[in-house]
Design a protein around this ligand. Structure first.
Ligand SMILES: *Cc1c(COP(=O)(O)O)cnc(C)c1O
Length: 245
């Protein structure tokens, strides 16, 4: 194709290979877990990678794109307008960024406090949009003291209250739960705790079916423990440079 940046074709082939390999991993892991691979959504986390990678992914049939920083996400969403993508905000979110995120995000995975629910609801209404919100649960051991620690997330015992707040707020809908596996300790046990929280919430809100868990390194385990949405960066796009993202 004329006008392509140098290396564009090679990049496209690389991302296509990665996507193919990823889908195969998801297929095998789903089969092992007795689940249908079609029921699993891959969210491609494109943080630190340029909008042209998002375009390549879209060309390859990936519709769900994840970002963890508002400034970067807003710019990419703007550059990729018209591609019919669903934007997932997966990073820690300050209340003062709610206005911006409400303009482009379709799903916010990192909702971990009532104040943020209110801000997102108000900003979504201002923008005439509706955001699906996931309750981010902290699975870090010792999260009794570490709530809103470096990676965010509400203590499991407070997750239902955040879910109630989302369900009660107009402009936002309750999609389910999200977590990042703990850096230490047993990830299987952690994903089990997330599943238990998800089940409690789903008993009350049957539409809250999403369990966003699993990244490049632990997607098999997450799938074995009920994940419906995987957030995948490295396995699709390669290692990110250190000190960013
Ligand atoms: C970066 C990021 C991911 C993707 O992680 P990989 O290990 O690169 O697949 C998933 N979830 C969150 C919240 C992230 O910030």
């Amino acid at each position: 194709m004329s006008g392509e940046p140098v290396g564009e074709g090679a990049r496209r082939r690389r991302v296509a290979e990665n996507l193919h390999a990823l889908r195969e991993r998801v297929r095998v892991a789903s089969e092992k877990a007795g689940r249908a691979a079609d029921d699993v959504t891959i969210v491609a986390v494109t943080k630190t990678y340029p909008a042209r990678d998002v375009r390549i992914l879209a060309d390859l049939g990936v519709r769900d794109i994840g970002e963890n920083r508002d400034q970067e996400a807003a710019a990419k969403a703007e550059q990729c307008r018209g591609l019919d993508l669903r934007w997932h905000f997966v990073g820690q979110l300050q209340t003062n960024k709610a206005r911006s995120v409400a303009r482009y995000a379709d799903v916010v995975h990192s909702v971990d406090r009532v104040r943020l629910v209110r801000a997102l609801g108000a900003r979504a209404r201002d923008a005439g949009r509706e955001l699906s919100c996931l309750v981010q649960v902290s699975l870090d051991p010792g999260s009794d003291v570490g709530v809103l620690g470096p990676r965010g997330g509400t203590h499991p015992s407070d997750a239902a209250a955040v879910a109630d707040a989302i369900a009660a707020e107009s402009g936002v809908t309750l999609g389910g739960v999200m977590a990042v596996a703990p850096r230490e300790g047993d990830p299987a046990g952690a994903f089990d705790r997330l599943y238990a929280v998800a089940s409690t919430i789903r008993d009350r809100y049957p539409q809250a079916t999403v369990i966003s868990a699993g990244m490049s390194g632990d997607l098999e385990m997450a799938l074995a423990h009920g994940a419906t949405h995987l957030r995948i960066g490295t396995a699709l796009l390669g290692e990110r440079s250190p000190n960013v993202g």
